[in-house]
Every structure is written in structure tokens, then in C-alpha cells.
Ligand binder design. Structure first.
Ligand code: BT5
Length: 255
């Protein structure tokens, strides 16, 4: 059904018409020793997950709701690089398959015309200094019309169809994503992060601009310089101090 020309990715594909979350299935299969490269795809998710227990709306038949199980031989602290890698894969596929110019908003959003059309959720199971497995969840709004986007997010969310007035073949897009992902992942394992970083920055949202950064203790403004070799957000404050940020809240929409 999936007609993949991949070497290792998607040798095992599990397809569910409906499920709570493809992430749950991926974790279960990972515990049951499913192989590196196992894919779980759902037409509909009834409890799609974002980061930090946020909800991911997964309208039936209108998007790509998919998890990739990986067993990467990298150190656990580098796992966030896989999110950035995945974002470059999605941006590459969207810019090839559509007329759209996608942007990547650090760390995990794909934007079209400044609205979110895809999100990535990376979850890791590690013991000491070893990764047992990583699950990369990919959600892409494809064929939703405006009325399919829930009201509470319709000012900041969009779909490929809304932005292009075209309907897309979901299976074709999945094939293209998996083929592109396999090549990008193999290159990353072989050559490391520098090429991923360059590609990421070529799509980076608001690089060179002033952003507002919020942590529990304070708020400040800084110039967004790009990402560091380890995937952190690189900023320069008004006093010229260069900082790497790992988990601050960024207010991208103001100013
Ligand atoms: C994400 O979280 O962007 C990660 C989304 C990952 C979804 C995939 S689908 C396959 C796999 N299975 C799952 O259960 N999850 C993964 P975050 O950065 O926390 O963004 C969540 C926020 O985005 C929400 O709080 C909403 O504001 C907004 N949002 C929710 N659903 C959306 C949608 N369909 N399109 C655009 N924005 C959405």
C-alpha cells in the first residue's frame, strides 16, 4: 500500500483508521522490541498529543498523523537534534511538493504564512547514557478547510489546502516524507549535525530579528542569531552577550 523505496524506514508500517494517539502505539511496540524504522499511521486520532500535555487536533482523513520509532546510536542529550532534523525534512518536502514557502519556528513548528501547519513531538526513553528508543510524532494539516480548524486555534493554525486551494494526496506525501527522512537521517548519523543546522537556518523563522524571551524569572529582548551546534537557540542580548537557550518560552508574535 505504501510503495516505499526505502532501505530501512517503514519496513514495518502499522495503519489504524482511528486510534487515541500514534505515539501510544509506538511506545507500546517499542517496549515489545519493534525494529528501528517502524511507522505508525492513523487516519484519525481521538487524543492526539502535543508537547507538555497539550492537545493536537487530528481531524479524520484530513492530515498526516504519524509516529516514527527510531533506535538511534547517539547520546541522549543530542536527541533534540532529531526534532530539528525532522523539521528540515518536512520543510524540504513541502517546498518541493507545493508552491508554499515553509518556515521552521524553533523548535518544532512548521509555519506557512506565519501560521502553524505541522508540529513535531519527540519522545525518548533512555537509561543512563544510552537511548533505548525515540518516537518522533509528526502531525501535518493537509486537507482541512477553514471550518475543520477548531475556533480556539484558527488565528494561528492553517493547512496545505487552505494556503494553496489544492487538495493533496496524503499517501504520496507520506511516501515522500519517509524517503526524504531516511536520506536525511542516514546523512546525519554519518556526518553529524552541521549540515542539518545550515539547512534548518535556511528555513528559520525570524532569524536576525528581535524576539521576546520569557523565563519564570524574567523577560528580555534579544536578536535571534540561529541555532547552535547542539541545537540550542542562539541569541544576542542588547548588552551583546551571546546565550544558548534550551527551554525558554519565546514570544514570537509580539513586536
Ligand atoms: C506539537 O506540539 O506541535 C506536536 C504535535 C505532534 C502531533 C503528532 S500527530 C502524530 C503523533 N501522535 C500524537 O499524539 N502526536 C504526534 P506543541 O508545540 O505543544 O503544539 C500544540 C499546540 O498547537 C496546541 O496547544 C494548539 O495551540 C496548537 N494545535 C493543536 N492542534 C493543532 C493543529 N492540528 N494544527 C495547528 N496547531 C494545532
Amino acid at each position: 500500500q505504501w510503495g516505499l523505496n526505502t532501505k530501512w524506514l517503514g519496513k514495518k508500517v502499522i495503519h489504524k483508521p482511528t486510534t487515541a494517539s500514534t505515539q501510544h502505539i509506538a511506545h507500546q511496540l517499542a517496549q515489545e522490541s519493534a525494529p528501528h524504522g517502524t511507522i505508525i499511521i492513523a487516519d484519525e486520532q481521538t487524543a492526539g498529543k502535543g508537547r507538555m500535555n497539550r492537545k493536537w487536533h487530528s481531524t479524520a482523513g484530513k492530515g498526516i498523523w504519524m509516529s516514527i520509532l527510531l533506535r538511534p546510536e547517539i547520546l541522549p542529550y543530542l536527541a533534540p537534534q532529531l526534532t530539528l532534523l525532522t523539521a528540515t525534512v518536512l520543510a524540504d518536502v513541502l517546498s518541493k511538493d507545493t508552491t508554499i514557502e515553509p518556515k521552521i519556528k524553533w523548535p518544532n513548528d512548521i509555519l506557512i504564512n506565519s501560521k502553524k501547519t505541522a508540529g513535531i513531538l519527540t519522545e525518548m526513553q533512555a537509561e543512563q547514557d544510552q537511548i533505548q528508543y525515540v518516537v518522533i510524532g509528526i502531525g501535518i494539516n493537509v486537507n482541512q478547510t477553514t471550518s475543520d480548524i477548531p475556533e480556539n486555534i484558527n488565528s494561528k493554525a492553517t493547512s496545505l489546502q487552505i494556503e494553496t486551494n489544492n487538495a493533496f494526496d496524503i499517501t504520496n506525501l507520506i511516501q515522500h516524507i519517509l524517503q526524504t527522512f531516511e536520506n536525511a537521517y542516514d546523512a546525519y548519523i554519518k556526518n553529524g549535525f552541521p549540515n542539518v543546522k545550515d539547512k534548518w537556518e535556511s528555513y528559520g523563522f525570524r532569524i536576525g530579528e528581535t524576539i521576546q524571551i520569557k523565563t519564570i524569572k524574567k523577560n528580555w529582548h534579544a536578536t535571534f542569531l540561529g541555532i547552535a551546534e547542539d541545537g540550542a537557540l542562539l541569541t544576542k542580548a542588547e548588552d551583546e552577550e551571546i546565550k544558548r537557550l534550551y527551554s525558554a518560552e519565546i514570544d514570537w508574535y509580539k513586536e
